[in-house]
Design a protein around this ligand. Structure first.
Ligand SMILES: C[S@@+](CC[C@H](N)C(=O)[O-])C[C@H]1O[C@@H](n2cnc3c(N)ncnc32)[C@H](O)[C@@H]1O
Length: 359
């Protein structure tokens, strides 16, 4: 796994930019509201489709249609977790992503070529279905450790499993509570519970259907996962819940969920840091563009388009918040890895940020 060590000069330099330098950097790439830099002031709201209410509506139907219905059918037949997990990832891609639908319906150049290859294989006696062929033979764009490539869905889903397990192993201590913020259907909560059985896991998710998926898997495999209704913009109950945990070590994790909130409120981080716990934050979020304007990084990390205006578009202030917490001596940063991983597109890679509360 390629990762840019914080000791490297360029990573240090980006972390130590002044607030004004970072704001100017953001403003050159997207529409940014300075008044919201550490959280939207009272009375200011996100653009219509970016409110938590709208995000919940979108994800309630998305997780039900792409994962919930599939799990309801498959879960009782599948005894091995890794098989269920992989097949859920495949199914979500095939029905939930535009690339998956293009391939399945044999539309577009890529879909037609894949279907032609499948037909030729069938003529030569190959047995599997069209979906199986896509899973094993598609050439999907990805980014791994900052490097672009193309590989099959099967390989990319296995990379998700490996990357996550390796990453968490690096930071895991005895007696840890793993908190998955914006956990969706439980992709990484359930993986964590399966690979690290001594871990307690909290899956904090906005959508009801996402939490229902996680609960189905938890019940079927006897995992130590609790689900919690959670909104990044209203974090009081979560912080209270975490303060009650007897586990001294917390890993606060997110994968492509902070992206859903244009401006996070820095108080969420301040209150988490205020807990009487050892705390490590591990975030994989599409913020390469917030870190650097190097064209090689911008190739796989697209800033929110200006048409979404100041109060819409994917997250704009995570790196600004981390820089602020670092300046104030509240945290130390362990890793910054722009364009760490993208397994279904090469334009919106997740960058890795790992930091911990200063003792
Ligand atoms: C792209 S999905 C990622 C889900 C999961 N982390 C994964 O890796 O599969 C984004 C998730 O963020 C959640 N989300 C959106 N807005 C949120 C908010 N304001 N607070 C908490 N979660 C939110 C959505 O419901 C959705 O499940």
């Amino acid at each position: 796994m390629t990762s840019i060590a914080v000791e490297s000069l360029s990573a240090r330099r980006t972390l130590e930019r002044s607030e004004e330098e970072q704001l100017r950097h953001l403003e050159t790439l997207t529409a940014f509201d300075r008044a919201s830099k550490y959280g939207m002031p009272e009375g200011v709201t996100q653009s219509a489709t970016w409110t938590a209410y709208e995000r919940k509506l979108i994800h309630d139907s998305y997780w039900k249609d792409t994962v919930g219905d599939f799990l309801a059918r498959e879960i009782q037949h599948e005894k091995k977790f890794i098989t269920l997990w992989s097949c859920t990832n495949y199914h979500e891609f095939l029905v939930g992503s535009s690339m998956g639908r293009t391939l399945q319906t044999a539309k577009g150049r890529r879909g037609k070529i894949t279907y032609l290859m499948y037909t030729l294989r069938k003529l030569s006696g190959h047995k599997g279905s069209h979906s199986d062929f896509i899973i094993e033979n598609s050439k999907l764009p990805y980014v791994d450790g900052g490097v672009e490539g193309a590989a099959s869905l099967k390989y990319l889903v296995s990379r998700r499993w490996e990357c996550f397990s390796e990453l968490i192993s690096r930071y895991l201590k005895e007696d840890t509570l793993f908190v998955d913020l914006g956990s969706g259907w439980g992709r990484y909560s359930t993986l964590a519970a399966s690979v690290f059985p001594n871990l307690d896991v909290i899956s904090a998710e906005l959508s009801d259907s996402g939490r229902t998926c996680t609960e189905m898997i938890t019940q079927a495999f006897g995992f130590r996962i609790q689900t919690v209704a959670f909104n990044y913009l209203d974090w009081g109950l979560l912080v209270e819940r975490l303060s009650q945990s007897r586990r001294p070590n917390l890993i606060v994790f997110s994968n492509h969920s902070i992206e859903q909130v244009p401006y996070l409120n820095i108080r969420l981080f301040e209150e988490l840091i205020g807990l009487d716990k050892n705390l490590r934050f591990i975030h994989i979020e599409p913020i390469g563009w917030q870190i650097s304007n190097d064209p090689a990084i911008l190739r796989s990390s697209t800033p929110p388009l200006r048409k979404f205006e100041e109060w819409g578009g994917y997250n704009k202030n995570l790196f600004l918040i981390v820089q602020n917490l670092l300046r104030r001596g509240l945290i130390d940063v362990d890793e910054v890895a722009p364009n760490f991983l993208a397994t279904d597109s090469n334009r919106n890679a997740g960058s890795l940020l790992v930091f911990h509360k200063k003792a």
